[in-house]
Design a protein around this ligand. Structure first.
Ligand SMILES: [Zn+2]
Length: 309
């Protein structure tokens, strides 16, 4: 027990060097680690890496939009009980910034994007100097988030580091196979049709990694409403390129994309709604899309099927 406390004190002095920003007050040796996470993709990574050593409480379930999510009183109590909080960072959880900052003074927190080299992050012109937080759709980039989860848990709970290493290695191997699958699927689509039009710009990393042009109606965050000008401009683009399909998102209202479809039709061209993509939230638990791997597979299958119709 005393050793664990000393280790935590050592961690306190090491803060700022490793991925763990602040030590937890509770000694974790042998105890189940209580983890709170934000988006489902992170929840899934912590479950896979932490295995039986962790009890994971994900705040944002299926269909929940992280850009707009505000922590409730109940959430604050859940966060207060946690030994460590994993979140996306890069302003993904924009409305939770205060809570995360406050809690970071008393609890270990880890933004899974912290370990990603800034040179691998996108900084789209329309987001005024900020980084695009939707890193999970470049599977190879997301593997760095998994490594960060592994390293953070190992730092908090060194006694189980070997377990975390093994679990992470298994999961990372699965993600490598996923990356190969996505690449192979993407290559089935002829170059001129490789365009994803959807509600908000969640797919820039996907586009860069797998060779798609990406057009989002609402920009990087769903907080900004698209104006009529955007709808008309996008409709002209779709009509000119003769794109067969555009896509809605599970965590964003389909209204704006339906407006785009109508605007394309008014130009005498038909475009289908190619299906719903999971952008910032995973599918329902107990469905294949309720896991990160399943959600990415669903997305690429839906995109390829829509564009090849
Ligand atoms: Zn988003």
């Amino acid at each position: 027990m005393r050793r664990a406390l000393l280790a935590l004190v050592a961690l306190a002095f090491a803060a700022g060097c490793g991925p763990v920003e602040h030590p937890s007050a509770r000694a974790l040796d042998g105890e189940t680690i209580r983890v709170v996470t934000t988006i489902g993709m992170i929840t899934n990574a912590v479950e896979r890496v932490g295995g039986s050593r962790v009890e994971v409480d994900g705040l944002m379930g299926p269909g929940i939009d992280p850009h707009l999510y505000k922590a409730s009183e109940g959430d604050l109590r859940r966060v207060e009980r946690a030994d460590v909080i994993f979140y996306g960072g890069l302003h993904l959880e924009a409305k939770m910034a205060d809570v995360l900052e406050r809690i970071g003074k008393r609890r270990a927190t880890s933004a899974v994007t912290d370990a990603m080299p800034r040179s691998r992050l996108l900084r789209p012109a329309q987001f005024a100097g900020a980084y695009d937080p939707h890193v999970w759709f470049d599977v190879r980039l997301w593997m760095l988030a998994v490594e960060q989860v592994r390293d953070t848990l190992s730092e908090l709970d060194p006694g189980s580091a070997a377990l975390y290493r093994r679990n992470a290695a298994d999961y990372l191997a699965e993600l490598e196979r996923l990356d190969t699958y996505v690449r192979a699927q993407a290559e089935r689509v002829p170059e001129p049709l490789r365009v994803i039009v959807t509600a908000h710009d969640a797919f820039n990393y996907f586009g860069r990694a797998y060779g798609f042009e990406v057009r989002g109606l609402q920009g990087i965050s769903t907080a900004a409403e698209a104006g009529a000008g955007d709808v008309q401009g996008l409709a002209s683009f779709i009509a000119e390129r003769r794109l067969p399909a555009i896509f809605v998102e599970s965590s964003v209202s389909p209204r704006t994309i339906q407006a785009v479809r109508e605007a394309v039709r008014s130009r005498g061209v038909d475009v289908e709604i190619g299906g719903a993509l999971f952008s910032d939230a995973m599918g329902n638990e107990s469905t294949p899309e309720g896991t990160y791997v399943g959600m990415v597979r669903h997305n690429v299958d839906t995109i390829v099927e829509g564009l090849l119709r």
